[in-house]
Design a protein around this ligand. Structure first.
Ligand code: CO
Length: 184
């Protein structure tokens, strides 16, 4: 079971490296990693389990965040009522197209690997088309918008060595392009 002590924090070089693609069929090690990462997210969103194990709630977790420099990320995205609207493990994901229009979360973003609060809007594409493989090696292409697109962008950033605050405007953290969708 992945616990907070297993989460790699900002400053560790693995978070700044480009993760390596995986080959299929996945080894048992990487199949287990996918299960463990999703299990962390499920547990972290359950108030009782999260409190018991002191888990910070997360909607996404990328393999480099547990010290594995490979192209895998788990997503478990709830709506504002806690209903899961998107659940997937991406293997070798690639953004094949993205909207010019941007979106950001009204509250900014956080990350399990970043312990401090960093204020500011994190602009990302509002719509994304992502090509990826499932854990079983099935090829998929999906279109996402708004919150699931933002979480996907955050996790795919991790696989390319980027952290959310890299996208915050340094001079004016709350500056936004005029037509940016602000998601609350
Ligand atoms: Co993160």
């Amino acid at each position: 079971m992945i616990l907070m002590k297993d989460i790699v924090r900002d400053g560790d070089p693995v978070l700044r490296q480009v993760a390596k693609p995986l080959t299929f069929p996945l080894s048992d090690h990487y199949k287990q990693l996918a299960e463990d990462m999703m299990e962390y997210l499920v547990n972290s969103q359950d108030p009782k389990i999260a409190e018991k194990h002191q888990l910070r709630a997360g909607v996404g977790l990328a393999a480099p965040q547990v010290g594995e420099g490979v192209q895998m990320a788990a997503l478990l995205v709830p709506d504002d009522k806690g209903e899961i609207i998107f659940k997937e493990v991406y293997v070798n994901p690639e953004i094949v197209s993205e909207s010019v229009r941007q979106a950001c979360l009204s509250e900014g973003e956080g990350c399990l690997s970043v312990d401090k609060v960093i204020n500011g809007y994190v602009p990302r594409p509002d719509k994304l088309t992502i090509h990826y493989y499932t854990v079983d090696g099935e090829e998929k292409t999906i279109r996402l918008k708004d919150y699931p697109a933002i979480v996907s962008s955050h996790e795919i950033d991790h696989l390319n060595g980027h952290l959310f605050y890299d996208r915050i405007n340094k001079k004016d953290p709350f500056a936004l392009k005029e037509d940016t969708v602000v998601i609350s």
